[in-house]
Write a protein that binds this ligand. Structure first.
Ligand SMILES: Cc1ncc(C[n+]2csc(CCOP(=O)(O)OP(=O)(O)O)c2C)c(N)n1
Ligand SMILES: [Mg+2]
Length: 652
């Protein structure tokens, strides 16, 4: 690596950067994409004083349509001059492509640096109408890519708005780098009133229980380190959101001397964990002898090789496999070894049988292993041997109980399932192939004369036909039997933290990450979920992010009708009153109109099953042409039998 003279003048450094730019310009388009990004020199050192407004050609290929939007006039700023310029440089060094934000004076310094110093590229700003959708968009982006995007929120009040979305991402173990700000820590620099109400002595305390790490750096160099660390920690398993709170005074301070360049990559070394050999061998020994092994496939990556290795392991073992709608697709749901269909609450009958009969249970970081075992086997100790593969315990803290009950485990493998599965395959060695009776996967039966979520799913599936699609979100009423998952990107899991309102924002972020992949993103949201997060649509419309949202509109916060029914049953009170304080009608809300008002295309309300397919076909055509489309479907209230049974049991 080239060593720079700390006293080297800025002109020389600008010369370096322009030299690299010229070099890049000479290359063919293809070569440009493979060339090192222009804001690094050839040996990877981070150049702090390059002219950001000229360097687009050397950047990794982004999305053309999106990157052409919101272009600033060139500011001619070539060198970091303020604290926030140093922060912006650090952000660029992370290679994070977008920063979803809602603006605020507490980070006006950084805002200026992103626009006038970086030229609103790498990262490009995505303006959001609410901080909750800014964070949810970053969450959805991570669900597809496995990598952190950035979100920026205004001092304490913006962070307060963002909290539920941060909690959702935390519970979903998704990385996000969140930048926030505070009024000047130095009270002498505070403007009257507003800077005082937007300054707190420990702002990070608001979210410390559900972030991996937070910091409030006191100088530009400390802030640079904090941004790199935030990115590194967020992206290291177990993943999660991190928060850097940038003092307004620090952002706006003038640099008294140029900041020494660093090779940013060396501060974010990839953390490569390995499968521990001894527990892998013990697990392989147990599994080799197992007569009825069962795999509970939980949190895993979107990697196709890992997906295929998981299938090979299940086939090698002859193990049944259960999956869960709380997390993304982990195993083909119409594979002959997949038991039942995935659900969110309540376990399908076939999966229940498989748990009862299993002699070895292999958990791939299954969300709530204890709760699942207890709900099937009761409170006693399970007789099956249990192998748990997870790194989740590294994240557990004293504030949030999202770590669930402590499961009984016989072999614990402390690494990610994607790493353990190939090691398990190797340890198992060759074996006799098992003979299987294929399981007939049936779609839900559709009752004539009704319009249910199953009708909606059936028509949607038919309308998409063979087009590759990604279900970015599903409603609580979704029936896992109605839509097979055959690829890791077929389904992205739920909101993580059960925070209603996450569906639209998460789906916009996922759709952003899917742009250019050929996959059509489709979300099915409950009306309650849609209404709470509806303003995320404007961001998708503004940045031309194609997305289809179908609203399973039962005109109710129906989940809670079931809770009131349960209360009534337990107390011998009238069940008929369960709807009061729950129904979203009189007046009915024009959901398609809410979409149109934000620049999306709105369809419906669809009230007859026969109208579903023609409407979906029009909406899909709109999305294929680049639009955001929303279809309002008036469905009858109702959940799957397994979920209703789990929610309306008389006891507990
Ligand atoms: C932020 C938040 N508020 C309230 C709840 C409680 N809650 C759980 S599900 C639900 C209803 C969601 O309604 P909708 O999205 O329409 O789905 P439905 O149950 O009607 O299918 C509510 C209010 C929650 N989980 N999160
Ligand atoms: Mg509803």
């Amino acid at each position: 690596m080239r060593v720079r003279d700390p006293q080297q003048n800025q002109g020389e450094r600008i010369g370096d950067a322009i030299g690299i730019l010229r070099y890049c310009e000479k290359l063919s388009d293809q070569l440009i994409r493979r060339a090192p990004p222009a804001w690094r020199d050839n040996d990877g050192a981070h150049i702090l004083a390059s002219n950001r407004n000229e360097s687009a050609k050397g950047r990794p290929a982004g999305n053309g349509r999106l990157s052409a939007l919101d272009r600033p006039v060139p500011a001619g700023v070539n060198a970091a001059g303020f604290g926030s310029d140093v922060v912006a440089d650090a952000l660029r060094a992370t290679d994070i492509p977008y920063i979803a934000l809602n603006p605020g004076a507490s980070y006006r310094g950084l805002h200026d640096s992103l626009v006038n110093y970086l030229g609103n590229e790498q990262p490009q700003m995505l303006l959001c109408l609410h901080e909750e959708s800014a964070v949810a968009i970053a969450h959805g982006y991570a669900k597809v890519t496995g990598r952190a995007m950035a979100a920026a929120v205004h001092s304490n009040v913006g962070l307060m708005h963002a909290t539920m979305a941060i909690f959702n991402a935390w519970c979903d173990r998704m990385p996000i780098v969140i930048l926030g700000a505070t009024g000047p820590v130095d009270a002498v620099k505070r403007r009257p009133w507003i800077d005082w109400i937007h300054t707190a002595s420990d702002q990070g305390a608001l979210i410390r229980g559900y972030t991996k790490w937070d910091d409030q750096p006191a100088s530009p160099i400390a802030a640079r380190e904090a941004v790199l660390r935030a990115n590194w920690i967020a992206n290291t398993a177990p993943r999660g959101p991190t928060y850097v709170n940038l003092d307004a005074g620090m952002q706006e301070s003038k640099l008294v001397q140029p900041v020494e360049p660093i090779d940013a990559r060396r501060f974010m070394p990839p953390v490569e964990s390995v499968a521990p050999p001894a527990p892998i061998k013990r697990a392989a020994d147990l599994l080799r002898e197992a007569k009825n092994p069962l795999i509970l496939a939980g949190r895993v990556s979107r990697d196709l090789n890992a997906w295929n290795t998981r299938i090979a392991l299940a086939e090698r073992l002859g193990a049944w496999v259960a999956t869960d709608l709380k997390v993304a697709a982990a195993f083909p749901t119409d594979h002959r070894l997949h038991v039942g269909s995935p659900g969110t609450i309540g376990i399908a009958a076939q999966a229940t049988d498989a748990i009862r009969e299993a002699d070895v249970i292999l958990s791939f970081d299954w969300v709530d292993l204890t709760g699942t075992l207890k709900s099937v086997l009761g409170p006693g100790m399970p007789s099956a041997r249990i192998v748990q593969i997870s790194v989740d315990h590294h994240l557990h803290n004293g504030w949030s109980m999202d770590y669930q009950g402590l499961p009984p485990v016989d072999v614990f493998i402390d690494c990610e399932p994607d790493i353990a599965v190939p090691a398990l395959m190797a340890a198992l060695g060759a074996g006799k192939p098992h003979a299987f009776t294929p399981v007939n996967k049936e779609f839900p039966k559709l009752e004539d004369g009704k319009l249910t979520v199953d009708h909606l799913a059936d028509a949607l599936r038919r309308s998409f036909g063979k087009r590759p699609t990604t279900l970015t979100h599903v409603s609580l009423s979704w029936n896992g039997a109605s839509w097979p998952f055959r690829h890791p990107l077929d389904y992205l899991g739920s909101d993580g933290g059960g925070g209603v309102g996450g569906g639209p924002g998460i789906s916009v972020g996922a759709a952003l990450a899917l742009m250019g992949t050929g996959r059509l993103p489709v979300a099915v949201c409950g009306d309650g979920d849609f209404l709470m997060g509806v303003t995320a649509l404007w961001t998708a419309a503004h940045y031309r992010i194609p997305l289809l949202i179908v609203v399973a509109n039962n005109r109710s916060f129906f989940n809670d009708e079931l809770h009131q029914e349960r209360m009534a049953r337990m107390r011998n009170r009238p069940v008929e009153n369960r709807w009061i304080g729950q129904r979203i009608s009189d007046p009915d809300i024009d959901l398609a109109g809410m979409a149109r008002a934000q620049g999306a295309q709105g369809f419906g309300p669809v009230t007859a099953a026969a109208d579903l397919e023609p409407t979906f076909e029009k909406a899909i055509a709109a999305v294929e042409a680049g639009a955001v489309a929303v279809v309002d479907v008036r469905v009858e209230p109702g959940y799957t039998a397994a979920m209703t049974a789990a929610m309306t049991r008389k006891s507990e």
